[in-house]
Write a protein that binds this ligand. Structure first.
Ligand code: KIV
Length: 285
């Protein structure tokens, strides 16, 4: 709770307690004004490393740095008062060792004020999750399609196609759960596998391209707003913001070229006797 606000922020423990109860509503957020709007509707805001693709135009999340995540997380914390803000640990900041992960997570918590992190959790991550949780860092796991592993996987393909792959993803979820993850993102897996994982783990599952039987859902906000050109199968578009921006920009450009913008309402006139004709085409002071 900030000094100015009486609103109590949802905690990682509150999210953990939602297992099997009212579905957890989550979206990604990367800036303060958007976070302020989403905060009214979401239980959890994820400062996802998807920011690299949907905001910075990178081809994958692999190029996202810890400094980028910290900058965006600070902005989201300024906008969101109520939702739990969870920050992705980016590629290269946590895989090497639990100690490296702790250093990265400690920077996130102390520099941004966000109370929790997420990491993409293959088998190796169990030790790291336990290390962080024991030292006071709430951790959300992430199994199934793991975008940071795109170079090994050879693309962003849904998972759970073979019995071996299904068994591996289920094992990864159980490992994250046993290590103390307060929630687990399940991304891009066969629907029945998502159901099986949800039934097998104590932590709530948050699905993205998974199943409506998960304990909650998350989407990349730019995807669901229709603001990112590539839409995976699992995205439902709830808005068409790209068209709204396009038509607003076209309207503006037309008015500038026709000199019908700015109008009287948008100009300063300090001298009542000043000529009221069209403004000369020169730069504002
Ligand atoms: O980075 C991100 O936005 C994510 C979601 C896809 C869960 O990890």
């Amino acid at each position: 709770m900030s000094a100015q606000s009486q609103i109590k922020r949802i905690t990682a423990a509150d999210i953990a307690a939602r297992k099997g109860k009212e579905p957890i509503v989550a979206l990604t957020a990367y800036d303060a004004p958007t976070a302020r709007i989403l905060d009214r509707h979401c239980d959890l805001l994820l400062v996802g490393d998807s920011v690299g693709m949907v905001v910075h135009g990178l081809p994958s999340t692999v190029g996202v740095t810890l400094d980028m995540m910290i900058m965006h997380a600070k902005a989201v914390m300024r906008g969101a008062e109520r939702a739990l803000v969870v920050v992705d640990l980016p590629f290269g900041s946590y895989e090497e060792s639990p100690q490296a992960a702790f250093r990265a997570a400690a920077r996130v918590l102390s520099e941004t004020g966000a109370p929790a992190v997420k990491l993409e959790s293959g088998r190796y991550a169990g030790e790291t999750i336990r290390f962080l949780v024991e030292r006071g860092v709430p951790v959300m796991g992430h199994v199934g399609l793991r975008p940071q592993a795109v170079n090994v996987a050879g693309g962003f393909r849904a998972k759970g196609r073979t019995p071996e792959e299904r068994a591996e993803i289920l094992a990864e979820a159980k490992i994250a759960d046993a290590a103390g993850a307060f929630a687990i993102v399940v991304e891009g897996v066969a629907e029945d596998l998502a159901r099986e994982i949800t039934a097998a783990v104590r932590a709530p599952t948050i699905g993205i391209g998974a199943s409506s039987d998960c304990d909650g859902q998350v989407l990349v906000t730019q995807d669901m707003l229709g603001l990112f050109e590539w839409t995976p199968k699992f995205v439902k578009r709830y808005g068409d913001i790209a068209s709204a921006i396009d038509s607003a920009a076209a309207h503006y450009a037309g008015e500038v070229r026709a000199r019908t913008f700015p109008e009287l309402a948008q100009v300063y006139r300090f001298d009542a006797k000043a000529p009221q004709g069209p403004k000369p085409a020169k730069k504002r002071a």
